[in-house]
Ligand binder design. Structure first.
Ligand code: NDP
Length: 278
């Protein structure tokens, strides 16, 4: 499994696991935790969650999944912008730690930019880092101008990642954000890499490439996202079949011909576009 390096040198698997929509129904929780555990077995060590998902229910599913094997997993969680004041962020992280049944969050993100001044949130993140409750912090849904502003603060440069929408249908970040992060050695986390399993996976180009490799369109979408160094993909899969299929995508190498086929269906950006988000 290819790994990606954070600015502090910590390496994680480039293919991780998402958890949005997990933990919503009590009856599904065991199967969801099983799916995440299978993902860990197959090398998908990074698990992405948030206080927002199922009102904390997804974090509880993650706790179940990593029970007895916490050290293997790299847990990412996120704070709501309305909880992101200096004190609010600490209180939110403590609630997340309780639900996750752990003593540290490997990477803690501001879910999107809200009304709290960034410097305040960063001060809260740094408090959490100093106390060991989080090991590093980052942001999500930040466009390049937001990152520029963040990096203008003395402590802003400690930012470890930007988690953004990235898949063949949404590739605007290739124009400026991906190169901006690459130049600074900051990995980008690609959310909704499967386009939430909507119409993108029925696209003819993805199907053509999939047929060339005896693969599935979902695997092609993941291999396409992972073709970029410094990019982590976090597909969400609640079934064992999907987890196995996604894990196998890590070994799929797309050819130049495949990339051209995909470019024809989903042209790369030729100018700056505002950051797309879900
Ligand atoms: P994804 O693109 O990961 O798609 C998830 C959907 O794809 C689910 O319905 C899943 O079904 C299905 N699926 C999984 N594997 C396959 C497969 N091999 N073949 C066909 N279908 C498949 O969408 P998400 O929006 O969930 O994004 C991934 C993660 O990114 C989230 O779970 C969350 O952790 C994070 N995220 C972060 C955001 C942010 O603002 N920071 C915003 C959105 C997402 P099933 O579950 O039944 O297996």
């Amino acid at each position: 499994m290819r790994t990606v390096s954070f600015p502090d040198g910590t390496r994680v698997s480039a293919l991780g696991q998402g958890t949005w929509a997990m933990g919503e129904r009590g009856a599904d929780r065991r199967a969801e935790a099983d799916a995440l555990r299978l993902g860990l077995d197959l090398g998908l060590k990074l698990i992405d969650t948030a206080e927002m998902y199922a009102d904390g229910g997804a974090e509880e599913v993650v706790a179940e999944a990593v029970d007895g094997r916490r050290d293997e997993a790299f847990i990412v969680s996120k704070v709501y912008p309305h909880n992101a004041s200096r004190r609010g962020v600490v209180a939110a992280a403590e609630r997340s730690l309780k639900r996750l049944r752990t003593d540290r969050i490997d990477l803690y993100l501001l879910h999107w930019r809200g009304g709290v001044p960034l410097e305040e949130t960063v001060a809260g993140f740094e408090d959490l880092r100093e106390s060991g409750k989080i090991l590093r912090w980052g942001v999500s849904n930040f466009d390049t101008d937001d990152l520029e502003e963040l990096f203008g603060f003395p402590t802003g440069r400690a930012c470890a990642t930007d988690q953004v929408l990235y898949n063949p249908e949404a590739r605007g970040i290739e124009f400026d954000l991906l190169p901006w992060c690459a130049a600074r050695g900051i990995p980008v986390m690609a959310y909704s890499p499967l386009g939430q399993a909507g119409r993108m996976l029925r696209n003819a180009a993805l199907r053509t490439v999939a047929e060339r490799h005896g693969a599935t369109p979902a695997q092609v979408a993941l291999a396409w996202v992972l073709r970029q160094p410094g990019v982590i993909a976090i597909p969400k899969a609640a079934t064992a079949a999907h987890v196995r299929e996604n894990a196998a995508a890590a070994a799929l190498a797309l050819t130049a011909e495949d990339l051209t086929t995909i470019d024809q269906a989903f042209p790369p950006p030729s100018r700056k576009r505002p950051l797309a988000m879900i």
